[in-house]
Design a protein. Structure first.
Length: 291
């Protein structure tokens, strides 16, 4: 089906039958086709994907709505979603603006407020996705069990299926899985997390206000999220200063930071290949040594 036909169907799906004045491709992500669409009524951000994984856009919509209901940080409004056997689309609010000198600080405060929204247990009500990879959830009373069973193990098993798990790496990971309690806190609160918080997953709206996009939400240890923000270049220093004003990081955060980053390195190993294998191995040497 032609792109313009799907875009027209998307707007009809949400009750906008006005004329489409223009649409243009928006670049930045590599998972979906994305478009700015201007109808006579208003602008939209429309994502389209063919060969859709099950409930892919619905999971994204659920994540955005979960973040919105927390009332801690802005997210684009979800106008509609539809998925068929052949294609799917997600229609969101169009958000546009420029950063100000306060944007990084606002983001830090907002993420801290989000992490002060607590759930009943660790996990989430449904499985979802991290990028295109399935992300297991469920509810767990113990953070270490959840991190082992729902984050590390699925990525390890997927890497084995892809032929990216040599025996030496697998053996070290097994040792690490058996000793997670040594590094992770025995008790912590299940904070609401965006789940995939890197520099490409927040945007700026009017007056420099930050918005979160592309979530992989679940309830987990708040340090897990902060660790990922530091993995690929980090966020502005004012972000961390503002965050720490509301949620000071514990003195032993840096002892487990790389252990939390390991999950995302395994994700990248599975998405992009052995380019990330050496980074995985460095983390393993840090926690289990060279044997």
């Amino acid at each position: 089906m032609k792109t313009e036909t799907i875009i027209a169907e998307a707007l009809q799906h949400i009750g906008d039958s006005s004329a489409i004045l223009q649409y243009k491709r928006v670049y930045g992500g590599d998972i979906n086709e994305a478009f700015f669409v201007q109808s006579e009524r208003q602008p939209y951000f429309v994502k389209i994907r063919h060969s859709l994984p099950p409930r892919f856009f619905q999971c994204e919509a659920t994540g955005l709505e979960t973040l919105r209901k927390a009332n801690a940080i802005n997210v684009p409004s979800v106008y509609g979603v539809k998925e068929t056997n052949d294609y799917g689309f997600l229609i969101l609010e169009w958000v546009e603006g420029e950063e100000t000198s306060k944007t990084a600080e606002q983001l830090g405060y907002a993420i801290a407020r989000l992490h002060q929204c607590y759930g009943p247990s660790f996990g989430f009500v449904e499985d979802n996705y991290i990028g295109l990879l399935p992300q297991k959830n469920g509810w767990y009373e113990n953070w270490v069990d959840y991190y082992r069973e729902c984050r590390l193990l699925p990525q390890i098993e997927l890497a084995e299926q892809k032929g990216r798990m040599p025996a030496r790496r697998r053996n070290k990971l097994e040792k690490l899985l058996a000793s997670l309690e040594r590094w992770l806190p025995e008790t912590c609160s299940p904070s609401l997390l965006h789940g995939d918080l890197w520099g490409g997953n927040w945007i700026v709206g009017a007056n420099g206000v930050p918005y979160l996009i592309d979530p992989a939400v679940f309830y987990g240890h708040h340090e897990f999220e902060i660790a990922f923000t530091e993995l690929f270049g980090g966020f502005p220093s004012r972000f961390y200063e503002a965050y720490n004003e509301l949620i000071p990081l514990s003195s032993d955060y840096h002892e487990r930071k790389q252990l939390y980053q390991l999950f995302y390195l395994l994700v990248h190993l599975n998405l992009f290949g052995e380019t990330y294998g050496s980074a995985v191995d460095r983390v393993l040497r840090r926690y289990v040594g060279d044997n």
